[in-house]
Each structure stands twice: as C-alpha cells, then as structure tokens.
Write a protein that binds this ligand. Structure first.
Ligand code: AMP
Ligand code: MG
Length: 428
C-alpha cells in the first residue's frame, strides 16, 4: 500500500539528533519542549449550545454578525446635549425637551438650545454629540444648567466599539470560560463549533494497589492516583476511559495497553517506570510501542516514560502520588491543552514572592515544593513550604495552595529571598 511514503522518523531519531540529549538527565524545559513539538491537535468538531461550550476549545473563529453595541448609546445617566450649546466659558442653561430610555426610541431629534434627559444604554438621538453626567448638573425639571469644561463626544459608547460586524469576536483555539459564554451570547450565537474532547485512557499499575471498597491486606495501599488523575482530567475537559488497576502481570498489561491504544488519544499510567520496579510495565511499553524512558532532573517525579503506542500518545508517570501530580502539571497538562487545540499553549503562570524560611537546594535539578502562600502582618504575600515534602505525602499536597519552583541552576535559598511561585488553586 503506502510503499512510496518515506518511513516516518522515530521518536528516538527525532530527539537523539538534538545536541546533548541525555535520557538520564533531561531538564524539565527540554522535556516540555520536545513533547510539545511532536503533538498536533485532535481532529473532530462538534456543534454545541453556548452553555455546553464551557471548558471546551473553540474550533472556528466566532465571527460577529452584528456591531456591539449595535448603535451609539449613552455610557451614563445624565443629559444629552449639542456640544456647540455647552462649549462656552459660562454655565449653559438648556430646556429639557424629554427623556430617552434604554430600549426605547428617542422622542425627538434634539434642537439647538435643548437637552434631553438620557439613561445609560439609551440610543443617542440625532443632533446629540455629548452626554453630561447628571451629578454635575442642576435642574428645576424644565431646565438644566450645565457647567463649562465638558468635552465633545464624552460619555458616548460608539456602535461597534466592542465588536465590529464581520470581525472575529473570539478566535479559534480559545478555551471557553464564563467571559466567552457571555461574549458569544452578546453576538447572538446560540451554538458554537468546538473541538471534540481529548480521549484519555488511564490506569494504575502495581500488585499492591487496591480499588476502593476492597479490604487492604498487609502491604496494600488504596489506588489514589486514579482519583487525582480523574480530577485533573475532568477539570481539563477530557473524556476519560478509566481502566482501573492493572496488576504487574504481562498478559493483563498487554491487554490494557492494546485496548487503551485502540480507543484513546492518550494513555496515562502511573507506576512501574522507576528503576527498581518489576520490569513488566516498561517491557510492555517497549514491546507494544515506541517509548522513551527519561530520568528528569526534577524533584519530585524523576522517572517518566513518553512515547506512542499505535496512534495514542503515552505518558507513563511515576507511582508516587505527589510525583504523579507534579509530572502531570509540568508535562501532561500542557500536552493535553495542545492536543485539545488550545492556542497559544501557555505554561502555568509563575511570579516572585519572598520566602519566609531557608530552603536547601542542590543545583542541577528543578525542585517543586508544595507550599502555602499567605499574607503576613504587613499585608504582603509570603510563601513557605507546606508540611512534609516526601513524594508519597499527599496530605501536604492538600495543604498547599502553590508550588515553589526552584530553578535548575539554583542552590540554597535564604529566608527573605525571592522565589518563583506557581499557584495551584483550581488545579489540584
Ligand atoms: P512505583 O513507581 O510503581 O515504584 O511506585 C512508587 C510508590 O508509589 C510505591 O510506594 C507505590 O505503592 C506507590 N503507588 C504507585 N501507584 C500508586 C497509586 N495508584 N496510588 C497510590 N500509591 C501508588
Ligand atoms: Mg509499582
């Protein structure tokens, strides 16, 4: 069949031609860049009602069929006037010829020497070029006195000032938030084109893992990773295929990987990729697909597998519950956004905050500390690590509201120095 098509370059070819590639010392940013450079958004578009579009990714520009606002209208409650009547150095006394309300036509065009009482949102009547806020005026009901110093055109919102007919109100690639739902409604769009959700098949691996509802025998732990992963995937708007816990058994792992690769865009696993692990997971990944195993220069979350099995991208995360979350936020989140068609894909924002305690740090790896941002007595934000930092300690993840990100080259940090902070509210 496709014999004329050149053999696609393998992932190994693609990355090993990059200078100083070392799978045993990948930096966080190098791994992020490499993964993102390979991924393309999934195909498939759906039409959904505006409310169903929350959290989805716009597939085509939403072009406004109308000007917004549709007509020049008043930005304030006050008096509509002709600037020529009120531009003198002395207060101007004008006859109040009527009232214009939002949603109602103007009673009449404005004549010289007259003003109209006008409400916010009311269409500007012909003859009017300036609106004066009512707070600076004086009136006896029949006349209004307007002080000097007004500016021509003030307090008028122009037709099309917000959106112009025929122009995109929102461009494709936007992740639709509440503001966009309102914006779509403001242009009269009842339905919108969004990309289909990214399908993620996930499972946990390990003989020691038990599902909820099963009693624990000695040495067992409950499978918590599938719950944190379910949470973050749901928040990212993915379609989730939850495949449960797969024991360290080659036949069962093979069936799980094959089924996942046939049904999903992404396979997300936890456990079985560290050096000491019973090798079944890694062996199976290598047998069924093309997978790179990285030791990433980061803490926590050192081992990670990335590659593809069939048409599905594979992220093999470490097993430790915190390492799973950190690697998810640093690598998988960006990848899922790119696959979902979000453009541009931006990393989580970071900003500098003084840290309130000394921190130990070895140069040569990026460290992510679970931390709490808080306000000190002077009303300034400071940050400190939250609880024990072992990579299995999920409780401190729950106590944290941000990560302190200590950069690759950085050494020890003294109290009072600025550190980069990545808020996790709404993410974890
Ligand atoms: P592994 O990466 O498979 O060597 O696992 C590292 C540690 O994380 C071990 O202590 C595992 O018991 C634990 N672990 C692995 N998977 C999970 C999971 N799904 N839920 C909770 N703990 C896990
Ligand atoms: Mg394991």
């Amino acid at each position: 069949m496709n014999q004329a098509t050149p053999t696609p370059q393998t992932l190994t070819d693609k990355i090993s031609c990059q200078s100083d590639y070392d799978p045993n010392a990948m930096t966080v940013s190098r791994a992020q860049d490499f993964i993102l450079s390979l991924l393309e958004p999934v195909d498939g578009i759906e039409r959904v009602f505006v409310r169903q579009a929350l959290g989805r990714v716009l597939a085509e520009d939403a072009v406004s069929p109308i000007n917004v606002p549709a007509a020049d209208n008043s930005a304030m409650d006050g008096y509509a006037a002709r600037f020529a009547d009120i531009s003198g150095d002395a207060p101007a006394r004008l006859k109040v010829a009527g009232t214009v309300l939002a949603g109602h036509p103007s009673p009449a065009a404005l004549q010289p020497g007259e003003a109209l009482r006008i409400m916010t949102g009311a269409v500007i009547p012909s003859g009017v070029d300036t609106v004066v806020i009512q707070e600076v005026t004086e009136t006896d009901g029949e006349h209004v006195v307007i002080p000097p110093g007004q500016k021509q055109g003030q307090n008028i919102r122009r037709a099309g000032e917000d959106l112009r007919a025929g122009h995109p109100a929102i461009v494709a690639g936007k992740l639709l938030r509440p503001a966009e739902l309102g914006l779509l409604a403001s242009i009269g769009a009842a339905e919108v084109s969004v990309r289909r959700r990214v399908r993620v098949a996930m499972f946990s691996t390990g003989d020691e893992l038990k599902s909820l509802g099963t009693p624990l025998a000695g040495g067992d732990v409950y499978d918590s990773n599938r719950y944190t992963m379910w949470g973050v995937l749901t928040r990212l708007g993915c379609e989730i295929i939850d495949m449960g816990v797969i024991p360290d058994d080659p036949a069962k792992l093979e069936t799980a990987f094959r089924s996942a690769s046939e049904n999903a865009d992404v396979i997300l696993t936890s456990g079985g990729v560290s050096v000491g692990d019973a090798d079944f997971v890694k062996t199976m990944m290598t047998r069924l697909g093309e997978v790179l195993f990285w030791k990433i220069a980061m803490k926590p979350g050192r081992p990670m597998a990335f590659g593809r099995i069939g048409k599905a991208w594979l992220f093999g995360l470490p097993g430790n519950p915190v390492a799973v979350m950190v690697t998810f936020y640093q690598f998988v989140r960006l990848s899922l956004l790119k696959l979902a068609g979000v453009s541009p894909v931006l990393p989580l924002p970071t900003f500098g905050v003084p840290v309130s305690v000394n921190l130990k740090k070895n140069p040569g790896r990026t460290e992510f500390l679970r931390a709490a941002l808080s306000l000190n007595e002077q009303g300034q934000w400071t940050v400190a690590p939250a609880g024990a930092q072992g990579s299995g300690v999920l409780r401190s993840m729950s106590e944290a509201n941000c990560f302190i990100v200590l950069e690759h080259e950085r050494g020890n940090v003294a109290a009072g120095e600025t550190v980069q902070v990545q808020p996790m509210e709404g993410l974890v």
